[in-house]
Write a protein that binds this ligand. Sequence first.
Ligand SMILES: Nc1ncnc2c1ncn2[C@@H]1O[C@H](COP(=O)(O)OP(=O)(O)OP(=O)(O)O)[C@@H](O)[C@H]1O
Ligand SMILES: [Mg+2]
Length: 158
Amino acid sequence: MENRTGPPPPPKTPEPRLRAVDLKKSFGSKVVLDGISFSVAPGESLVIVGPSGTGKSVLLKHLIGLVRPDSGKVFVAGEDLWALSHVERTRVRKKFGMSFQEGALFDSMSVFDNIAFPLRRSGRPASSFRAGCAAASASRARSRMSRRSCSSTSRTRG
Ligand SMILES: Nc1ncnc2c1ncn2[C@@H]1O[C@H](COP(=O)(O)OP(=O)(O)OP(=O)(O)O)[C@@H](O)[C@H]1O
Ligand SMILES: [Mg+2]
């Protein structure tokens, strides 16, 4: 048996769920991200606030691997997004959910089909998510809406 001496090792800090390291992104001459670094620990919540046009959406698109930074890195649970293959990056992207700004939906689809969209894309059989999607249409009124297209829904509401 090993004879240990000296002070006990420091407690292990958990791997951040998300880490941005010196992210930089410009569109033409417009610098949008200028060296953004932060990390999000397991269980921690992060809110990004700022005036319109200052780069919140651009940052989010970097964090989920939709936009590649000019320089810097994004780590998701320790995995360097842009060191992964395309297939591996797609696997990591599936960990994220994202809703459109202003709560927009695909207006050519019903509410039900909007909710089911990512689940169908995941390749799961419809039987495995049908109940969950129906539950998301919480009230009977919403359930009636779910059979109609979102464009007719918004016309009705507007
Ligand atoms: N694909 C792109 N090509 C060129 N410029 C872009 C692109 N995407 C974003 N931008 C520019 O980057 C800047 C930041 O845009 P972004 O959409 O991130 O702002 P935002 O903080 O999310 O604003 P809002 O609060 O209005 O949603 C804006 O000047 C925008 O025009
Ligand atoms: Mg935005």
